[in-house]
Design a protein around this ligand. Sequence first.
Ligand SMILES: Cc1ncc(C[n+]2csc(CCOP(=O)(O)OP(=O)(O)O)c2C)c(N)n1
Length: 542
Amino acid sequence: MTKMTGGQAMVKAIVDHGVDTMFGLPGAQLYAFHDALYDHRDRMRVISSRHEQGAAYMALGYNRSTGRVGAYAVVPGPGVLNTTAALLTAYGCSARVLCITGEIPSHGIGRGIGFLHELPNQLGVMRSMTKWAARIDRPEDAPALVAEAFRQLHSGRPRPVEIEMPMDIMSREADVEWPPPGAPQAPPAPDPDLIRSAARLLGRAKRPLIMIGGGAVEAGAELLEIAEMLQAPVVSFRHGRGVVTDRHYLGQSYPAGNRLWGSADVVLAAGTRLMDPLMQWGTEGLDVIRIDIDPEEIDRIEAPRIGIVADARAALAELVPALARHNIHRDSRREELEGLKREMRASWAHLEPQVSYLNAIREALPEDGIFVDEITQVGFVSWFAFPVYHPRHFISSGYQGTLGYGFATALGVQIGNPGKQVVHVAGDGGFMYTMPELATAVLHRAPLVTVVFRDDRFGNVYRDQKVMYHGRTIGAEFHNPDFVALAESFGATGMRARSPAELRAAILRAFGIGGPTVIEVPIGELPNPWQFIMLPRVRGAG
Ligand SMILES: Cc1ncc(C[n+]2csc(CCOP(=O)(O)OP(=O)(O)O)c2C)c(N)n1
């Protein structure tokens, strides 16, 4: 038993679960929480953002790049609502993000009196966009409910969770008991019969193909072993990129995957929703084997031939010896698949200057450098044309396509990876969403390099309006600051680059500076990359 406040109990529990960085923005309902953070300042770094959305995106970037829980604490009502686009993005990315918020005084909850930051049914709102959410109504309940939050974060499919505590409970003292920590729920063991059936089907496949997503991010070694045994190319859209390095002939791009899907006979899909292939590419005559920790995901769109509910790494580890027993002899597909890589690169070579700018970034970025995209022209092309060599080294907003997520997310990536070089690309539209976090980057001397492609418009919208609505462009153009001067006014470094060679040199210079750098790159109208993202049906009739 320890006498402590609700805030102290909550912070101690969070620290005990290994969280070492707390993003957030303080306020009255969190005062007792922050006071408790003060007691733990040697073990918990506190990074305050300039807008709550920034804190939540930082937590997202921290988690997606490190695998560790990304935590943020904000005031209730408007504070926590300011984080909802980031929370929704974290949900879509299956990210381990812990949202902590306060609540109005407990005697006012549900009465509609109008306390500061009151949000009707806050817990209900938070439950709708998290895997699990709970209000801690007594300091004594903090250890168990925080433990449950972490159990939820580490069990099954990762999704964000939320915990909240009314402000009077945060400062109320009570005797708090600390039970021994419980183990996370063990993932379901892969069914051995299904593993055997999968091995038989794959083992005799003539043109096997492996599709992966973020759920396979820890399974690189097992995947590569299976891919090599099968001589099966491995394809990922965004979150599984780098799990099998793009240096390997079996690591193929998404457009190449579309091509290979057309001639495949068996597909092994691990930790991926497989949405576009199932809904757009066609499945006629194709045997699909799915491995997913989320039982709902297995047949959400279409029932597979074999569905294995399990952690991807555990299932693939069991598939290795089973496949060794059933696999036919296979010649190397190196020549064919290296040829395919060359052919695909040639097919998108006209996407200039995006491709050359991405090549310049790849040349400047070290092998273990991390790339963070945005919903922007160069970002779209990066999904298939930017080589990735390690898992968690290509960060995107996933299916949410959240414009403006990037800069603060990249800052969270940089804070989580102080020894690594991080390059973020943004359009001028997206950059302005969380640009004020440049002040946070300067304060913490985060050496993040941001490349802002400036075309003075929401370029994607502008192009769509021009093409699809016969030039009737409306609401797509805007006024910009001078991004070099803007960066310098924050105390960051500002640079301008007008060609891929200049950009490469600027990034290399920026890496030597030690604080944040913003590089403005003026561009004009760019060619449309969408044909490489919304790929055609390659099996059966449409
Ligand atoms: C939250 C959100 N709002 C709006 C959109 C719609 N949208 C997609 S791309 C885009 C334009 C992006 O402009 P910019 O960041 O300048 O990049 P560019 O297309 O010019 O490269 C918009 C508004 C979105 N994806 N997400």
